[in-house]
Ligand binder design. Structure first.
Ligand code: 4NP
Length: 152
């Protein structure tokens, strides 16, 4: 089984969307998708209501997800670890124990050659249009990632 982890700061806005969207595209028992945050602020919380809403408007249910904090054991559990932005990337790498750990981590948008800014913007302090923009960015990139994974 191939295991993929999506990581942002709070695990309530961006990575729950990436988790739910990629999962919806990899509907086979060969894949496991999860998400986590580098910070502990929202551990145990449901995704932000705006992420739940934008996902629901696109027929994806993320309301059952629960925020958790990224930890070093995730390097053992996952094959691919995707950081939503450069700050998340740095925080993940700071917990890496060896080169194998480091090799698993990539910026999520590195998979999308059509996007030059490789940071998924944090919509937390924004409004619904920011969440819609983030949804579309994650959706198009997840299509590329899913195609690659399904071809492997
Ligand atoms: P996320 O967004 O990293 O996409 O889940 C954020 C959620 C919460 C906070 C920051 C970003 N916060 O500062 O509480």
């Amino acid at each position: 089984m191939t295991k993929i982890l999506m990581v942002c700061l709070g695990n309530i806005c961006r990575s729950p969307l990436a988790h739910g969207i990629l999962e919806s595209k990899l509907n086979t028992f060969k894949f496991y998708v999860d998400s986590a945050g580098t910070a502990a602020y929202h551990v145990g919380h449901q995704p932000d209501h705006r992420s739940i809403k934008v996902a629901k408007n696109n027929n994806i249910d993320i309301s059952h997800q629960t925020a958790r904090q990224f930890n070093a054991s995730d390097f053992d559990k996952f094959d691919y670890i995707y950081a939503m932005d450069a700050s998340n990337y740095t925080n993940i790498i700071s917990l890496a124990r060896n080169n194998s750990d480091i090799g698993k981590v990539k910026l999520f948008l590195e998979e999308n050659p059509n996007i030059s800014n490789k940071n998924v913007p944090d919509p937390y302090y924004g409004d619904m249009s920011d969440f819609e923009y983030v949804f579309d960015l994650i959706e198009t990139t997840s299509t590329i990632i899913a195609k690659k994974l399904l071809e492997d």
